[in-house]
Design a protein around this ligand. Structure first.
Ligand code: CA
Length: 719
């Protein structure tokens, strides 16, 4: 008997309150997980499309053919119980269908698949509903966010996906809106602005839905904002609660006791610079404990000596915070980086699992935040259980087992008067790219990053900046030796991490940081993409590579899996983009260029082929003659670092998504003032900077860019 096969489930979803009594082992039951002889499935889904509700997500293992929530289940394990595609069959995996999306700035979404329909997002917060078996477009919705909003973003106009609930699809937009769409038609049911009007907040994270409340955070800590998450009624869009992650001005009164407690850990007038603590990505939910876990980001500005001059841990920066989903009431917190000054967010993916540790079964929450330590906490109360470095870590020597507090190496971190190389970098030992946990192997698969960063101390905020982190962003000179060194010091790693032993079981090293998010399956496989334009499959136990497919563009999004009519699919959003593609400079190897952004879906025996990729021909005329003085070029270089490199790349070397400014045509050089000062290309995302830069400064910028082009391409008319 195969009680959970897909056709049967779809029938059962149409029937109200149908109770299934299943006997024996389903073919899709998790290997290594106890097979229950009696499983009750509350098929309470209404007879509507996209009829996802809490019961269905809680019982996600009983309908493994669907991927109903961001991390598949509320614990966000990103483990698929499907095993038709397994270590034996994966070599037969081929493309089933592909779908080209409109926007080309990189794809980061986890698609939701329910009852044969895939709901997914692209950059610029556009939503697509596709037939998950064929790729046929059912509808699309584009909120048409003005492209000039790009200037308000730390990183890119990315979006990590929708939430689906009782016939509606919810998306957070890059300009701060939360929008509910009719799942059948894609028409707007309600639209609320979740962030203060006119402030540089942004939303890239996927909403989560718990108990008929849709919960959304935001980003912007590099731009001087105060972080919070908000819950809205799924039907009406009415605000139910808001939880701030850092305290505001005490004179205005605290919103709750948690803010009063947090304010005791701050000094100076932090609220004037926002404080930061944006919760821009990760959440998880434990229905049994009724706790919602929220990952909180870095401070605003980064530099703690500016943010909180007399010291203090600055709660709830870089913390995991547990709140009640009904009210937003604070329950517990754990701070992964007290008094953070390195952009070590704790917004990274969190996974809930039950682990046996020292003979005791523990309900844990696991996170590999940017700071380089893999944390295992008791999720009932936030008790620290263990932490060990999963990448090179120099800012702290260890996490004290008694206090659960990282021990900073002050000889490294007190870098006010000098430049100091520190691991990990502000990219983190791990960034937003999701991990995955396989209950069969007991391993967590981490897309890890090895990059050092050169920090240089105190830089008082002068005039208001776009990016304002209160520090110099130091970069080694772009000499051949330094480029070589940078490449030697940096890598991307797929790490299979044993969370009980707190050590690596196996690892795969890639030459390029920025590898994609993870999927693991009961077929004993791990899937993930790489910047070089490939989707990879490994044996989850051993790390043996079993399969790869060429994707024509770098992949950063995490794959998902689903099943329709007896066939298992592996799906991934393929589109090179995101923070690292923008700022990384020469360390970013854009072997495949940005490529066409697509949904790629594979199945056993799939025979679909991609259209041939247009050859990437990069040409540029000789740069104009350099007429600037050394002083102008140096000034332009400093301005570039301040205003331009976060999108256009370190040393004006683009990661392939945003135009490479060394490649500017004669016409672009002639229009340079009009573009940078006047906003000629606002519609394409290049905002005017006349509120930040003078005409002389824009001229100096151009001299610097001419110098960069001359240095790299001065001898060639075509490169
Ligand atoms: Ca940050």
């Amino acid at each position: 008997m195969k009680p959970f096969s897909q056709p049967f489930l779809r029938l059962s979803a149409a029937a109200l309150s149908l109770v299934l009594v299943a006997c024996g082992q389903s073919e899709d039951k998790t290997s290594g997980v106890e097979s229950t002889s009696k499983v009750t499935v509350e098929a309470a889904a209404p007879a509507q499309i996209a009829g996802i509700n809490g019961e269905r997500i809680i019982n996600a293992d009983e309908e493994p053919g669907n991927w109903m929530a961001h991390g598949r289940d509320y614990g966000e394990q990103r483990f698929s119980p499907l095993k038709q595609v397994n270590t034996e069959t994966v070599s037969d995996l081929g493309l089933a269908w592909s779908f080209d999306v409109e926007h080309q700035k990189g794809l980061e979404a986890s698609p939701i698949v329910v009852d044969g329909v895939m709901y997914t997002t692209t950059s610029w917060s556009a939503v697509y509903a596709l037939d998950a078996k064929t790729g046929k477009e059912l509808w699309r919705y584009d909120p048409k966010v003005p492209k000039s909003y790009l200037r308000n973003l730390c990183c890119s106009p990315a979006n990590r996906g929708v939430a689906v609930w009782k016939g509606r699809v919810y998306v957070g937009t890059i300009n701060g809106h939360l929008i509910a769409l009719d799942a059948k038609t894609g028409t707007v049911e309600w639209d609320v602005l979740t962030t203060p009007e006119g402030k540089p907040y942004s939303i890239t994270g996927a909403p989560r839905i718990v108990k008929d409340k849709v919960i959304i955070g935001n980003g912007g800590a590099e731009m001087g904002v105060r972080g919070f998450i908000t819950a809205y009624d799924v039907v009406t869009g009415e605000q139910k609660w808001r939880f701030y992650t850092v305290p505001g001005n005490p004179d205005a009164g605290f919103e709750n006791d948690a803010m009063e407690m947090a304010a005791k850990t701050w000094t100076g007038e932090w609220w004037k610079q926002g404080g930061g603590g944006t919760a821009w990505d990760s959440m998880a939910y434990d229905p049994e404990l009724d706790l919602l876990y929220v990952g909180v980001g870095n401070g605003s500005p980064w530099n703690r000596k500016i943010r909180s001059p007399e010291g203090g841990d600055n709660l709830f920066l870089s913390s995991i915070v547990a709140v009640r989903p009904d009210t937003g009431e604070y329950v517990w917190h754990y701070q992964t980086t007290p008094a953070d000054t390195f952009d070590y967010t704790a917004t990274q993916h969190m996974i809930l699992a039950d682990l046996e540790m020292d003979g005791i079964k523990r309900k844990v929450i696991m996170q590999a935040p940017k700071n380089g330590f893999f944390f295992v906490l008791d999720r009932t109360n936030g008790e620290f259980l263990s932490a060990k470095p999963y990448v090179n870590v120099t800012w702290a020597t260890h996490v004290d087992q008694e206090t659960g507090r990282p021990v900073e190496d002050k000889s490294v971190t007190e870098f006010t008067e000098r430049t100091q190389m520190i691991y990990p970098s502000p990219y983190g030992g791990h960034n937003w790219h999701p991990m995955a946990y396989n209950p069969g192997t007991g391993l967590v698969y981490i897309p890890a990053i090895e990059i050092p960063h050169f920090f240089n101390g105190l830089k008082k905020a002068g005039k208001e900046r776009v990016w304002n982190v209160g520090m110099k962003w130091i970069k080694p000179e772009e000499t051949a030796a330094n480029v070589k060194m940078n490449r030697e010091l940096t890598s991307g790693k797929l790490m299979a991490w044993d969370p009980v032993k707190q050590k690596t079981a196996w690892e795969i090293t890639y030459p390029t940081p920025g590898i994609g998010g993870m999927l693991t399956t009961a077929g004993n496989l791990v899937f993930h993409g790489v910047p070089q334009g490939k989707l990879m499959a490994y044996n989850a136990s051993t790390g043996e590579q079993l399969w790869e497919a060429y994707s024509q563009t770098g992949i950063v999004a995490p794959p998902i899996s689903y099943k329709i009519d007896g066939e298992q699919y592996i799906a991934v959003m393929a589109g090179w983009g995101g923070m690292f593609s923008m700022t990384g400079g020469t360390v970013t190897r854009k072997d495949e260029g940005p490529g066409p952004n697509r949904v790629l879906v594979y199945k056993l025996g799939g025979k679909h082929t991609l259209p041939a990729k247009a050859e990437l021909v990069m040409t540029a005329p000789k740069p104009p003659a350099q007429t600037g003085t050394a002083e102008q070029i140096a000034n332009g270089s400093a301005l570039y670092d301040e205003y331009c490199q976060f999108c256009h790349g370190m040393h004006a070397v683009s990661g392939g998504v945003i135009p490479d400014l060394r490649h500017m045509t004669e016409q672009t050089h002639l229009s340079f003032m009009g573009i940078v000062y006047g906003g000629m290309l606002q519609e394409k995302g290049m905002a005017a900077f006349n509120d930040h830069l003078t005409v002389d400064e824009v001229n100096d910028l151009q001299k610097y860019l001419i110098q960069r082009a001359t240095d790299d391409y001065g001898d060639a008319s075509v490169f």
